[in-house]
Design a protein around this ligand. Structure first.
Ligand code: NAD
Length: 283
């Protein structure tokens, strides 16, 4: 099947970035969220992100306008019936995603592929919530989507070769570098990245160094482009916690226990950049 129209569910941090990447590559995109407000915020982000490219002379104003015109933002989930591929990028919550996959399966074209951008949830489990399990796959983009090259393409137990090949080719067509990964808690990157961030939170909580010093140490000592606590703020503390919980549940290994300070900061609503406060302040 030729993948032409892309549906994106969730217009948050990742969803609007995914919509932007496909629209810039020339694909019509249907962007869906539960209400108009998150859609407006998502489209404002896309506009701001493309405007920065125009200001740097890396995109023309016409190309920006054309990319934005390719995105149809709608709270009507049924609009996704027109998509050849639906990429789910809604909140990281198993019950929510299982419900969503059942609904998307009911409304999508029979030949459409349904992908999830989940950071950690089992693709096999999400596929089992549909009647098209061989056409379900993980497409794990990285933040910020328009900039980061990697897409982990995650094969659930049921994912067909045909589905994998189509998604691998599409990822390359939008300028991304796909890496094939077998379904497993946290896949490859988050299995390693999130425990490292978790350890940085333990170190911070124990008073080993300030947040800035921990970030500087990892930037300057390991050549990381961004320190682990600043990265946690970028990812979202709630997302980081959700991934640690999936690793802990999935492997039943105490080495994946979430740092208590992370749990408490999420309870306080300190979610990082998106809430204005995390390990650093963004006001
Ligand atoms: P976010 O909180 O920024 O956005 C989630 C969006 O989903 C919100 O706008 C919310 O209104 C919407 N939503 C919730 N329920 C919905 C529903 N039923 N239908 C339509 N929209 C719905 O979250 P995010 O950081 O963009 O994460 C989205 C997904 O991407 C998660 O699965 C997350 O694990 C994954 N992910 C996140 C990152 C990251 O760095 N933040 C990186 C890779 C993958």
């Amino acid at each position: 099947m030729q993948i032409q129209t892309i549906g994106v569910v969730g217009a948050g941090t990742m969803g609007n970035g995914i919509a932007q990447a496909f629209a810039v590559a020339g694909y019509p995109v249907i962007l869906n969220d539960i209400a108009q407000a998150p859609l407006d915020r998502g489209m404002k982000n896309v506009d701001g992100s493309l405007e920065r490219l125009v200001k740097k002379d890396r995109m023309t104003a016409d190309a920006k306008a054309a990319a934005i015109s390719r995105i149809t933002a709608t709270p009507d989930i049924d609009a996704l019936a027109g998509a050849d591929l639906i990429i789910e990028a809604a909140t990281e919550n198993l019950a929510l995603k299982l419900d969503l996959f059942g609904r998307l399966d009911g409304l999508a074209k029979p030949e459409a592929i349904i992908a999830s951008n989940t950071s950690s949830i089992s693709i096999t489990k999400l596929a089992a919530a549909t009647k098209r399990s061989s056409q379900v796959i993980g497409m794990h983009f990285f933040n910020p989507v328009p900039v980061m090259q990697l897409v982990e393409v995650i094969r659930g137990l049921q994912t067909s070769d045909q589905t994998y090949t189509a998604i691998e080719a599409l990822s390359k067509a939008v300028g991304k570098a796909p890496v094939q990964v077998r379904n497993s808690p946290g896949f490859v990157v988050n299995r390693m990245l999130c425990p490292m961030i978790n350890e940085a939170i333990f170190a911070f909580a124990e008073g080993l160094a300030t947040a800035q010093e921990i970030d500087d140490a990892m930037r300057l000592g390991c050549n990381h482009p961004i320190g682990p606590l600043a990265l946690c703020d970028l990812i979202g503390l709630d997302v980081q916690l959700a991934v640690m919980q999936v690793l802990f549940e999935g492997f039943k290994d105490p080495k994946y226990r979430a740092a208590p300070l992370l749990v408490e900061m999420v309870e306080a609503g300190y979610l990082g950049r998106k809430s204005g406060r995390g390990f650093h302040s963004y006001t």
